[in-house]
Design a binder for this molecule. Structure first.
Ligand code: NAD
Ligand code: GDD
Length: 325
């Protein structure tokens, strides 16, 4: 039976990845600071612990793993990474996890690891025009990410690739572009725009109002979780080390995102634009490289993913409201 280690298995993408690997017949060990908050883990073995602790990293790599996925990070949406309040922790925590896990895996002769970098590592100067952002993989340098979160991702990408060159590992690096879906953080300050908008629309009454940070003309693309997992697994099992974008090319403004969710909910809503953390002005995945190297790229529509996500978040909002009553 093939075996996999998923670091960050209590989180959104890690939790879904465990389920996918179980469906494929893997024996899976999940590791995280916490159990998944919205569903029981399907991991065969789930170890709660802190990957900033080198000894813990040694302990969890005490058996042979065919695949190792490193998704653990101190992360969140614009409300978490663009305020500047968490910069030191984000850099320290995530860099320490990556340093420790790479060292532990290399010493245990792990063949290769998957690492989840982010589109946040791309330079700000190429993402100023909301209609025409440049996120081609080779536009990364000269580097100028707009957040410390992005700088840590860039450092760690380089670290994984340095282990390939110096230790003969087969690490794989993906640059995720805003992943969304059911069982992701939807409240509390770390949620990203798709979940925040679904929550706000679910909480609004018909003909009511939703608050949106900024003027809503900033652009993004959002990738549904199933396609993120498909890209992750295909890259891990390929001969291409990356870094490569794993994202959608269906770019929308945040105003359009709100309109789609409101339409799914069957509500007419007014948008109230308020000050908030904004991040880059425009961002879109560039999928030429993934298409060339993996012979696959995401193709599902934003709307189809939002329909499933809205349904799940609307249920969370309803059950929270019932519990509070
Ligand atoms: P998430 O926050 O839901 O999951 C990350 C998990 O890491 C959390 O469960 C957290 O408890 C765990 N973790 C943090 N510090 C830890 C520590 N010291 N020891 C053990 N576990 C620890 O985030 P996610 O959306 O599932 O993202 C997974 C990965 O993908 C992260 O590396 C993230 O930076 C990257 N990424 C995500 C997106 C996105 O849109 N979701 C976009 C770009 C990159
Ligand atoms: N989160 C959030 N909540 N964003 C909002 C809201 C709201 O209520 N209203 C408007 N926005 C706007 C933000 O101001 C930002 O301009 C845009 O929606 C997208 O915000 P997020 O989804 O929170 O983050 P991001 O796209 O800037 O960055 C995310 O994606 C990266 C990968 O592409 C983050 O999740 C990063 O951690 C991730 O690496």
């Amino acid at each position: 039976m093939p075996t996999a280690l998923v670091c960050g298995a209590g989180g959104f993408i890690g939790g879904h990845l465990v389920k996918r690997l179980k469906r494929e017949g893997f024996w899976v060990r999940g590791v995280d600071l916490k159990f998944p908050p919205f569903a029981d883990t399907e991991a065969d073995d789930f170890v709660v612990g802190d990957l900033r602790d080198q000894n813990f990293c040694k302990q969890i790599t005490d058996r042979k793993f065919d695949e190792v996925y490193q998704l653990a990070a101190d992360m969140g949406g614009a409300g978490y990474i663009f305020t500047g309040e968490h910069d030191a922790d984000v850099m320290h925590n995530s860099a320490t996890i990556n340093l420790n896990m790479l060292d532990a895996c290399q010493k245990r002769n792990v063949r290769g690891m998957f690492y989840s970098s982010s589109a946040c590592m791309y330079p700000e100067h190429n993402q100023k025009d909301p209609d025409n952002p440049n996120c081609a993989e080779d536009s990364a340098y000269p580097a100028a990410p707009d957040s410390e979160y992005g700088w840590e991702k860039l450092f760690s990408e380089r670290l994984y690739l340095a282990y390939n060159r110096n230790y003969g590992m087969r690490n794989r690096v993906a640059r995720y572009h805003n992943i969304f879906g059911p069982e992701g953080t939807w409240e509390g300050g770390k949620e990203k725009a798709p979940a925040a908008v679904c929550r706000k629309v679910a909480q609004a009454s018909n003909h009511g109002e939703v608050e949106i940070w900024g003027d809503g003309t900033q652009t993004r693309s959002f990738l549904y979780i199933d396609e993120c997992l498909e890209g992750t697994i295909r890259l891990t099992r390929s001969d291409f080390e990356g870094p490569v974008n794993v994202g959608s090319e269906e770019m929308v403004t945040i105003n359009q995102l709100v309109d789609i969710v409101a339409d799914i909910a069957g509500k007419k809503l007014n948008k109230k634009h308020i000050p908030g953390p904004l991040g880059v002005r425009g961002r879109n995945s560039d999928n030429r490289l993934i298409g060339q190297k993996l012979g696959w790229k995401p193709s599902a529509t934003l709307r189809s993913g939002l329909e499933k996500t809205y349904e799940w978040i609307e249920r969370q909002v309803r059950s929270n409201t019932r519990a509070a009553a």
